[in-house]
Design a binder for this molecule. Sequence first.
Ligand SMILES: Cc1cc2nc3c(=O)[nH]c(=O)nc-3n(C[C@H](O)[C@H](O)[C@H](O)COP(=O)(O)OP(=O)(O)OC[C@H]3O[C@@H](n4cnc5c(N)ncnc54)[C@H](O)[C@@H]3O)c2cc1C
Length: 480
Amino acid sequence: MRTSEEYKQDLYRLKPNVYLRGKKVGRESPELSGGINIISKTFDLVDEPYFKDLLTAKSHISGKRINRFTHLHQSADDLMKKQEMTRKICRLVGGCIQRCMGCDAINGLSIATFAADMEHGTDYHKRFMEYVKEFQERDLVAACAQTDVKGDRSKRPHQQDDPDMYVRVVEKRSDGIVVRGAKNCITMAAVADEIIVVPTRAMMPEDKDYCVAFAVPADADGVKIVARTSRLRAPERLNMPQGELGDDENMVIFDDVFVPWDRVFICGENRHATLAAYLFALFHRHSYTGCKPATTDVIMGFGALIAEYNGVYGKHNIREKLVELAATAELVYAAGIASAVHGTKTPAGTFMPNEVYANVGRRHAGLNFYKELEILAELAGGLPAALPFAEDFLNSEIGPLIKKYIKRRSDVPAEDVYRCLYGISNILCSSLGGVQAVAGVHGGGSPVMEDIAIWRTYDFEKKKDIAKFLVGITEEIPKD
Ligand SMILES: Cc1cc2nc3c(=O)[nH]c(=O)nc-3n(C[C@H](O)[C@H](O)[C@H](O)COP(=O)(O)OP(=O)(O)OC[C@H]3O[C@@H](n4cnc5c(N)ncnc54)[C@H](O)[C@@H]3O)c2cc1C
């Protein structure tokens, strides 16, 4: 396994192809350090006793100890460990750990490539497993680029006026393919070693050229990453762990990128392209049942702490709000556990989460995220939006007066109150807080996508049978 220092050195060696505020920059740009610091935790904590068993797994390919973010889940226990790891490590960074996308992509593709080979006699799975072997051995970090720019949303890929609105194959050669197109909102692509591409939606036979899944190094020729970074604010002199943390969301442009065949995992099979799209989303939604409860844990922590500092912790109105947060976090987490326990061992060997439980869990989290922020805003009062800057709080002239007037309970130091409000301000009023709020709704697919997945997989016919039985339309006892 790599150390975080080795991960960083590998990143710094990549060719500069990140476009940021009008400049082409290398990965050593200070703007990108926030995301790098978050991902570094996934390397730094592998030997920490509390995390060791969660953050590492035994590879079923090599038998070696590997980082769990590179593992193909083999059992319900693996899925539950991934979920628990995600919740516990996300808490330390106050939100998204940013390394799950690559893990979810390799898991989804392991099943889709196997199914494609079974039906078409192709050799995608063999190639793919060679890739996974390398992925594990080099302890790689991958972004998953699924969300195409999509152009006119009412049209399918092959119907678009501009044919490049979905990533497509523009040339097939004896040694590989050339792809063109762009993907939006790709988390941490600017700080990843690799970019794994999967289709974004169900594909028709007419969409053949768009039925493509592959992996490229993040600095492959023709890959252009347009980054938008965001940070949590944290003044140096207050020495808060939040100060190190940040995020990059990226438009990833594939400007005629060559991909050798050994890195092409689906090429032209529309049903298996659809399956790859669906399975990445499924594994990702299962990951959300770990990271979303962690985000709620953070919101809950700050909400409870400010109520305590205000002297109102335990009052009826506060209890009600904290219980609401706890109920959301634990229901989402429970859905993830149920999804693992009721998951399936697929013919590829990868253990797949139960679709209904993963989707209802992710859906519940998405529908509640702004409500959680609303609860925190209510619990905190208005000061997170109007908090004096730290330079003033620490200033020898005005600071003592700010401390006097920010104080609440006499036994709580003014600085603790200030720090708590600062953390809440980061969640509610910072650039990264805003990004995480939108991610809470759309990450892993907009709420309607979970509705579609639930509609497709949930057995409403069986529910009709219950109704028929109860009113005597049928005497047959309803069974699952
Ligand atoms: C912070 C963040 C991080 C993300 N990280 C990743 C990532 O790492 N990798 C990745 O691949 N993606 C990522 N996403 C993208 C995410 O999956 C998409 O935002 C989501 O799938 C919605 O796609 P869109 O943004 O293109 O919205 P749109 O598709 O433009 O949707 C906008 C609205 O239009 C509606 N709509 C769209 N099409 C139709 C239609 N045909 N009929 C009716 N209504 C329609 C939608 O329901 C929605 O309400 C991330 C998103 C965010 C916000």
